[in-house]
Design a protein around this ligand. Structure first.
Ligand code: HEC
Ligand code: HEC
Ligand code: HEC
Length: 359
């Protein structure tokens, strides 16, 4: 055989492959599984790719354990259907998927944090494993990685409490569509609307117009959050006004008794009241004082972790929001990390205005 023959074979090979595919020779059925060698090769290729791409991932010094509650709530709706969860075995239908989604309580130990991040953010091609709903922010993906690390140590009771809280898990035909939707919100936001984690904002007493505008923004992919994108999927748009009204009418929390970092909060207060002209930062309270515009949110009492995350997202132009969100992107441009920390401490220390007080 000389090089001419080799060239001929190489030239013909693609046509042979197309012919074989056209005849329908490949068995694309999942029932018989892969050959052992195919199975080995696919997993080898998948693991190698995850390992290589994970090299480029910046791992935070510590996983955000304070954010695992919403990750658990998200897992219950978005992941358990394929992977199962403590007390919720995978369904027989899922067990016949090819490849089969593994029970993560057993398999997460095989991966590093960076590798889990890579898998959860980007998904795995040709397997059904989906990518995260938004690629615009990484903090939620890290929250999921932190949750996956906890998963092997959770029993059914602990998992249920984390993922559902006092939500009833309604599927009874007696409850209305609105009640079922509300029940799903309560898993993360709590019955009192105060939020079950520091990264879950207070909805109780928040301006109704802002809540409604935000729900619409999540539903139309105008605001980046994988947690909330999934949460509003399937909620009828006609039910959103009632959900917004429900949470807006719950009592806002009282101011915390004392601020943990009074100096930091005082620095934040100075910017909030007067802004800083040199960096083109306007006074926050000119917009965020309670009665200014009902479409603008109240910030009083929000957790400093939540405020900090939102301000950084605004600054990077990644948060999105209602049709007024561009105002905040301009405001956040001039803030440095220390300003953000100070402002977060200040607004976290504020309570709602007393009755009759106009601020
Ligand atoms: C439609 C089904 C489906 C859904 C929904 C799904 N996955 Fe997967 N996932 C898979 C399949 C299938 C694999 C196995 C891929 C393989 O073996 O090559 C997988 C693999 C994984 C792995 C790698 C585990 C291992 O040991 O191979 C992780 C981690 C993971 N999924 C996490 C998640 C998380 C977190 C969610 C929810 C945000 C989720 N998955 C949602 C189907 C799904
Ligand atoms: C899986 C947990 C989870 C579920 C379920 C959930 N939320 Fe959320 N919600 C969050 C988190 C976390 C945020 C913060 C998201 C962000 O950073 O944009 C949020 C943000 C919001 C906001 C924006 C508030 C603000 O101050 O900007 C509204 C409004 C909201 N949720 C309402 C709802 C409603 C109504 C439901 C039920 C249909 C619901 N949520 C279900 C976790 C959840
Ligand atoms: C020109 C008016 C305006 C000024 C000034 C302003 N904001 Fe805002 N802010 C808004 C609007 C409007 C939103 C709602 C954005 C959206 O989601 O559509 C917002 C949202 C926010 C949020 C997110 C709240 C949530 O629940 O998600 C934070 C945090 C915030 N602003 C902090 C600040 C800080 C700190 C300052 C001062 C440095 C400031 N804002 C100045 C108009 C303003």
């Amino acid at each position: 055989m000389n090089w001419k023959h080799v060239a001929l074979v190489l030239a013909v090979l693609p046509f042979v492959a197309i012919l074989v595919a056209w005849i329908g020779f490949f068995n694309v059925g999942a029932s018989s599984g892969h050959w052992k060698i195919t199975n080995w090769f696919l997993h080898f290729a998948m693991r190698s790719a995850v390992r290589t791409y994970a090299l480029a991932v910046d791992v935070p010094a510590e996983l955000p354990r304070h954010a695992i509650q919403p990750a658990a709530g998200h897992f219950a709706r978005g992941c358990a259907i394929c992977h199962g969860a403590p007390g919720e075995p995978r369904s027989p239908a899922v067990m016949r998927m090819l490849p089969q989604p593994p029970d993560l309580s057993f398999s997460v130990g095989e991966w590093t944090d960076a590798q889990l991040f890579r898998i959860v953010k980007h998904g795995i091609r040709f397997t059904g494993m989906p990518a995260w709903p938004t690629l615009d922010r990484d903090d939620e993906v890290w929250a999921m990685v932190a949750f996956l690390r906890e998963l092997p140590s959770l029993d059914a009771v602990a998992y249920r409490e984390l993922a559902y809280g006092s939500g009833r898990l309604v599927d009874d035909a007696l409850s209305s569509r609105f009640e079922r939707a509300l029940d799903s919100c309560i898993r993360c936001h709590g019955r009192d609307g105060l939020g079950r984690s520091p990264v879950t904002p207070i909805l109780a007493g928040q301006n109704e117009a802002y809540l409604l505008g935000s729900l619409g923004a999540y539903q139309q992919h105008q605001r980046a959050s994988g947690f909330m994108t999934l949460a509003v999927t399937g909620v009828e748009p006609e039910d959103l006004p009632e959900l917004a009204r429900y949470f807006a009418n719950l009592p806002a929390p009282a101011a915390p008794a004392k601020t943990a970092q009074p100096d930091l909060a005082a620095r934040g207060e100075a910017i909030a009241r007067k802004g800083r002209a040199a960096d083109r930062i306007p006074a926050c309270l000119s917009c965020h004082e309670s009665a200014r515009n009902p479409a603008y949110p109240r910030l009083d009492g929000l957790d400093s972790a939540y405020i900090g995350t939102q301000l950084r997202l605004f600054r990077e132009g990644r948060r999105g929001g209602t049709r007024y969100a561009h105002l905040m992107e301009v405001v956040a441009k001039g803030l440095d990390d220390r300003d953000i920390e100070a402002l977060a401490a200040y607004f976290a220390s504020r309570g709602p205005p007393a009755a009759g007080e106009t601020e």
